[in-house]
Design a protein around this ligand. Structure first.
Ligand code: NAD
Length: 491
């Protein structure tokens, strides 16, 4: 079984790849070159119906009741198989996104493997709460909750870290005995499709993992979220789409898990180790061309080190190497699409109109004829903006940050928390107490001290405000992907 027939990327429904309908295809463009490399079969509503029905059947025929140790073993086999087919996943991830090969290997595909292994461990070790209650007359009752799979779960994911974010949901959902219907981003259909092969190879029953391709509104995304047969939605994407999905599922009162946008702050104090902070900030602003929900777009710097940090970061930004994704020396890929580049360029314009000084970047790089059609953009840094400017308030999702000075700790906390988002923050200081204090004061789901994007997969991941609802990771994922039935026994 292979995912592609010629240049088609196909839907995977109820255990089989569906032959494409020539009239329902859309082009998949390589973001590095702008060239079309495949056609994607857009699922219509009847195919989404079949996927949901197949998922329900898989649950009813026994997948939901599979012993936990068997599900954990299957997840481990999936991790092993991704490792065996590692370079195929790397190639699919690069084709989808144009990201550098080193990143695809070290971050995206490596994390997919870790996601499966981690949730195999988490589910195997999970326990149950119970309460022994004293009753009048000396008797007792025993309360315990059995956790059952949520059911058929719609998994909707974005394009920025497509395989990493997909497996972050697929692994715990399957670990808990759910059947899932995945709708990858229309920009990045390849890895979810390849994962279908792997899960079938390691023995996942037909129907437990389905992939339907397409867009959001009036396409596979909406057919899926509005489907009466789904029992919950786990969604990662923009806050605007999250809000739309919430309205769609509201009439049927289905649970949602939302990992949405961010406008993340870094706070840099003047006691910091400059070199270490600059290395960390460079990563946090520019990883994946700034297209990570956790990326820093606001850097607040204590005034006495402002010039050092601004000059140092600009110097490091200029050293980033934008080049072909397959070149091992490339550090930075293109944006995902021309459409997204236009959005980012729109913020470049807004920032300059608001009086930003461009420390570096601000335009489109010239990378030669092979890459001329790609959606490349220069890593960019601004000073001279304030929290009142749109470029500092709205998520840009590109390799760009505004540097803003502050004087006191209280001012830095107020500036960082002055946002409608609440996903992540990082604090850079050599003062241990201050590091803890300021990190705890951040109104976010995740705060780092002297690091960024360092993850223990058992810890809660998610945001507050416009950044989301709920947490995933470790026990938080098990809670979302299961429903408890409490049993009370009078003893
Ligand atoms: P997006 O919201 O445009 O799309 C996300 C997914 O939703 C895609 O698969 C899309 O096809 C689908 N979709 C769009 N409209 C839909 C609808 N009406 N009904 C159902 N599905 C629909 O987001 P994007 O541009 O793909 O991704 C970038 C965004 O994702 C950024 O805002 C980023 O911050 C966010 N993000 C958040 C996290 C996190 O963990 N918090 C992680 C990665 C990305």
């Amino acid at each position: 079984m292979t995912a592609e027939t010629g240049r088609w990327i196909r839907n995977f429904v109820d255990g089989v790849f569906v032959e494409p309908d020539e009239d329902r295809g859309f082009d998949k463009v390589d973001p590095a070159t702008g060239l079309v490399f495949a056609r994607v079969h857009e699922a219509d509503s009847s195919l989404v119906d079949r996927a949901v029905a197949g998922a329900r059947r898989a649950l009813d025929e026994g997948w939901a009741r599979t012993p936990v140790r068997e599900r954990a073993a299957l997840l481990r086999r999936a991790a092993d198989r991704i490792e065996e087919r590692f370079e195929e996943f790397v190639a699919a991830e690069i084709a989808d996104t144009g990201k550098p090969v080193t990143q695809a290997r070290e971050l995206d595909v490596a994390r997919a493997v870790a996601n499966f292994r981690s949730f195999a461990d988490v589910v195997a070790a999970a326990g149950q709460e119970s309460f022994l209650t004293d009753l009048a007359g000396g008797r007792q009752s025993l309360n315990y909750a059995v956790r059952k799979p949520l059911g058929v779960v719609a998994v909707i994911v974005p394009w920025n870290l497509p395989l990493l974010l997909l497996t972050w949901k697929v692994a715990p959902a399957l670990a808990c005995g759910n059947a899932i219907v995945v709708k990858p981003s229309e920009e990045t259909p390849a890895t979810a499709t390849l994962l279908a092969e792997v899960l079938a190879e390691v023995g996942l029953p037909a129907g437990a993992y389905n992939v339907v391709h397409g867009f959001g509104g009036d396409s596979a995304g909406e057919y899926l979220t509005s489907h009466p047969g789904i029992d919950g939605v786990t969604f990662t994407g923009s806050s605007a789409t999250g809000s739309h999905v919430m309205k769609t599922v509201a009439p049927r009162v289905r649970p949602v898990s939302f990992e949405l946008g961010g406008k993340n702050a870094a706070i840099v104090f003047d006691d910091v180790d400059l070199d270490e902070a600059l290395t960390g900030l460079t990563k946090s602003v520019f990883t994946n061309t700034g297209q990570v929900c956790l990326c820093t777009e606001r850097v607040y710097v204590q005034r006495s080190v402002f010039a050092d940090i601004a000059d140092g970061l600009a110097e490091r930004a200029r050293r980033l190497r934008l080049d072909r994704p397959t070149d091992e020396r490339t550090t930075t890929g293109p944006l995902i699409s021309q459409q997204h580049r236009n959005k980012v360029l729109g913020y470049f314009e807004l920032a300059e109109q608001a009086g930003a000084k461009v420390l570096t970047g601000g335009g489109i790089p010239q990378l030669g004829p092979e890459l001329a059609g790609g959606s490349w953009i220069e890593p960019t840094l601004w000073t001279g903006l304030t929290n009142a400017d749109r470029a500092v308030r709205e998520e840009i999702f590109g390799p760009v940050a505004a540097l803003i000075p502050f004087d006191t700790e209280a001012e830095a906390i107020a500036l960082a928390n002055d946002t409608d988002y609440g996903l992540a923050a990082s604090v850079w200081t050599n003062d241990l107490r201050r590091g803890h204090r300021v990190a705890q004061a951040m109104n976010v789901g995740m705060a780092w001290v002297n690091t960024w994007f360092l993850r223990d997969l058992r810890s809660p991941f998610g945001g507050v405000g416009l950044s989301g609802i709920g947490r995933e990771g470790g026990a938080s994922s098990l809670h979302f992907y299961t429903e408890p039935t409490n049993v009370c026994v009078q003893l």
